[in-house]
Design a protein around this ligand. Structure first.
Ligand code: PBG
Length: 336
């Protein structure tokens, strides 16, 4: 039994946890969680009518792409081994019926075709929503100052169909209307697009962490907020109801969003379901890291790697993140 050098008192037996942390090789051997580039999805903004690319002020390193620059970026993303992109459109034209959202030659539809031409093996996912495409900035149809549910479903399904018809592998509805997954699945199947995957933003909170995105996508609500359709950040059990009903409606995969403040939710959804679950490391989560990093206050690479590890530890099978390209570069450097 161990004795104190001077006193001679007997200490209680204790565990030597530090043995398994004694060297890099030992730590590598016993590590429980890993992330890799295969887990990452890179969100991208394509802007109709833009020549070249423009950096988004509140998201340093993230750009609006015109179609030509977008093609170049698709090749860079592919070359880095990032397996998937998620597309957001910034249209020239907005109207009450969000017609640019489901136009066959809308900006997202054209970008899907371009991405598939550049690299057929890159998984192309699309965000399905109306908020960028109508002047109210809401994710559904507005009637008498209210965001109406059932009247929105047809337009949302039509949007998903047009993305899928252009060649998207995965459509990801982010509007949070009830019944959208069922409406999308039915319309895809009717149109012989039964193999297109539906990734539902099933658990999407009404979050201040979307702030920089709304600047990027020009989709801030013109009145009110999104709290009648996005979830209350205080609720966890409700997340399980959302997850289960989306699976019942035919969702193939689910997403929890945002990521950082909601890892308990990711874990709970993962445990309560048997479909793949992803998490969306959203715009303000990115911007906060970038801002601190640009000030020289944090080690960006270490912080991002720790966050990605934590998302995986909380149960995420895949991670949507604006850090995807950087993370892929860092992982490549580690390997070489
Ligand atoms: C569209 C949509 C939003 C985000 C993804 N899809 C904004 C919102 O709901 O207000 C947020 C993405 C991010 O912040 O990175 N409905």
């Amino acid at each position: 039994m161990f004795r104190y050098p001077k006193g001679g008192e007997v200490m209680l037996p204790f565990q030597r946890h530090r043995r398994l942390r004694s060297s890099e090789a030992m730590r590598n051997l016993v590590r429980e969680t890993h992330w890799s580039v295969n887990d990452l999805i890179y969100p991208m903004f394509v802007q109709e009518g833009l020549d070249g690319k423009e950096e988004i002020r509140s998201m340093p390193g993230v750009y609006h792409f015109g179609l030509d620059e977008f093609r170049r970026e698709v090749n860079e993303v592919s070359e880095l081994g990032v397996p998937a992109i998620l597309l957001f459109g910034v249209p020239l034209h907005k109207d009450d019926l969000s017609t640019s959202a489901y136009h066959d030659h809308g900006v997202v539809q054209e970008a899907v075709r371009a991405a598939k031409q550049e690299n057929p093996n890159l998984l192309v996912m699309t965000d399905v929503c109306l908020c960028q495409y109508n002047p109210s900035g809401h994710c559904g149809v507005v009637q008498d100052g209210k965001i109406v549910n059932d009247e929105s479903l047809g337009l949302i399904a039509q949007t998903a169909l047009s993305h899928a018809a252009a060649g998207a592998d995965v459509v990801a509805p982010s509007d949070m209307m009830d019944g959208r997954v069922a409406a999308i699945r039915a319309l895809l199947d009717e149109n012989h697009l039964q193999d297109v995957v539906v990734l539902s933003y099933a658990v999407k909170y009404a979050s201040a962490f979307y702030g920089p995105f709304r600047e990027a996508a020009h989709s801030a609500p013109a009145f009110g907020d999104r709290r009648t359709y996005q979830m209350d950040p205080a609720n966890l059990r409700e997340a399980l109801r959302e997850a289960k009903s989306d699976i019942a409606e035919g969702a193939d995969m689910l997403m929890v969003k945002p990521a950082l403040s909601y890892m308990d939710v990711t874990k709970a959804v993962k445990e309560a379901t048997d479909v793949p679950v992803g998490t969306y490391n959203v715009s303000a989560e990115y911007s906060m890291v970038k801002a601190a990093s640009l000030q020289g206050w944090i080690d960006e690479r270490a912080i991002v790697s720790e966050m990605l590890t934590s998302f995986k530890r909380s149960g995420a099978d895949f991670i949507l993140t604006y850090h995807a390209k950087d993370a892929a570069k860092w992982q490549r450097e580690l390997r070489s």
